[in-house]
Ligand binder design. Structure first.
Ligand code: NAD
Length: 358
């Protein structure tokens, strides 16, 4: 018999083709009058379009979000938000832009409206991250959960195919870990499975035709569900490893998740069989670790950490960083076997059905 508690996080989601048109109404609904628009440098034009839609409710644009939220940028954005008297941050972009909004909200009463353009899922979580002196620290705070999230598939058609696939696997990784996370419950498991199913159906169609709005919509819907379970059910070894690799060596976030995922699944396979059966059902594969690996290969995404800038000499330190403080994982993480997992991910070898690739 199961027992659980479930906190549904208080955010409003507006989903659909053309949903961006609702932005002024959503800002009004929040009672916000002074919006600061955030983006990465590459998304400045989109940020300007958003600012135009907001008219005199927009007080400025801060187009300088970067991956893993360096503390220096966060401080500059906080000063700018305060100088402009912003009561709302409109974050258009991926997890890096949402992350910058969270860094501001952590130290002010400002609300966030997130307009995601990748599948990272940060918009659905109260988790924030800040990187200082090469170390990424994360925490949870209800103040950083976006009040409103606008999902418009039209905004994702320009997401390059390669990043669409790896960002999709980033979302699938949230779903996988939510199925065996310590705080999982029947609702989060349903959402995780449905989210992964939608992504597995959408991603191959996006690879074939990046402008297929139905396929984009499926992926964004999957990303929403997988982001939601990341926010409520929690994570385990896979996310810990990606956090260490990303924060310490500044490896690209979505690619790192994609490469590590089959190996983290292999590591946990025997200790979380019920979750693995659900992964297999959702993705329509016969073995969770091997099937995810094969799917990544078929969709043309990277398979080896050595191909995205990791150096072999760093494996030992990462294994140490990933195991030095205790946290929940179905199979307890020890340094030697985590080192072995990382080595398999470094070389990009196909996991064995019985466990890790050698
Ligand atoms: P990102 O936000 O860094 O975006 C990657 C690149 O893609 C950027 O250059 C961006 O400008 C570009 N881009 C984004 N959307 C685009 C589009 N539609 N078309 C063309 N280009 C586009 O990458 P990400 O993977 O979305 O986010 C990664 C960051 O988010 C990491 O720092 C990670 O730690 C964080 N994250 C946090 C959480 C959380 O819950 N706190 C969850 C997931 C990710």
């Amino acid at each position: 018999m199961q027992s659980f508690s479930y906190d549904q996080l208080p955010s409003r989601v507006v989903f659909g083709l053309g949903a961006l048109d609702d932005l002024p109404r959503e800002i009004e609904r929040l009672g916000a009058k002074h919006a600061l628009v955030l983006s990465t440098p590459g998304h400045k034009v989109q940020a300007e379009e958003v600012a135009d839609r907001l008219g005199d409710r927009c007080v400025g644009i801060f187009p300088r979000a970067v991956m893993h939220v360096p503390i220096e940028i966060a401080r500059e954005a906080r000063v700018e938000a305060q100088r402009l008297g912003a009561d709302c941050a409109v974050a258009i972009g991926g997890g890096s832009t949402t992350g910058l909004g969270k860094a501001i909200a952590l130290e002010s009463a400002l609300s966030i409206v997130a307009i995601p353009t990748t599948y990272a899922g940060s918009e659905m979580t109260p988790i924030y991250g800040l990187t200082e002196a090469g170390l990424k620290k994360t925490g949870r705070d209800p103040r950083v959960l976006p009040k409103t999230v606008i999902y418009d598939p039209a905004l994702t058609v320009g997401l390059p195919v390669g990043l669409s696939v790896t960002s999709g696997f980033n979302a699938i990784a949230h779903g996988v870990e939510a199925l065996y996370a310590q705080d999982r419950n029947p609702i989060t498991s349903l959402m995780a499975e449905e989210g992964m199913r939608a992504l597995a159906q959408g991603l191959p169609r996006v690879v074939k035709s990046p402008f297929d709005l139905e396929a984009r919509s499926d992926c964004l819907y999957g990303a929403w569900l997988c982001g939601s379970v990341l926010g409520t059910a929690g994570t385990a070894l896979h996310h810990k490893l990606c956090h260490v690799l990303g924060g310490t060596w500044n490896l690209p976030h979505a690619e790192t998740h994609t490469i590590v995922l089959p190996h983290a699944i292999a590591y946990n396979y025997a200790a979380a069989l019920e979750a693995m059966k659900r992964v297999e059902r959702a993705l329509n594969i016969s073995h969770a670790a091997q099937g995810v690996y094969d799917l990544i290969r078929t969709l043309g995404a990277p398979l080896a950490l050595k191909d995205i800038g990791m150096r072999e000499a760093e494996l030992e330190r990462d294994a140490e960083l990933a195991t030095q403080t205790p946290y929940f994982n179905p199979r307890p993480p020890d340094r030697a076997s985590v080192r072995e997992l990382l080595e398999a991910a470094f070389h990009g070898s196909r996991p064995k059905a019985s466990g890790l690739a050698k």
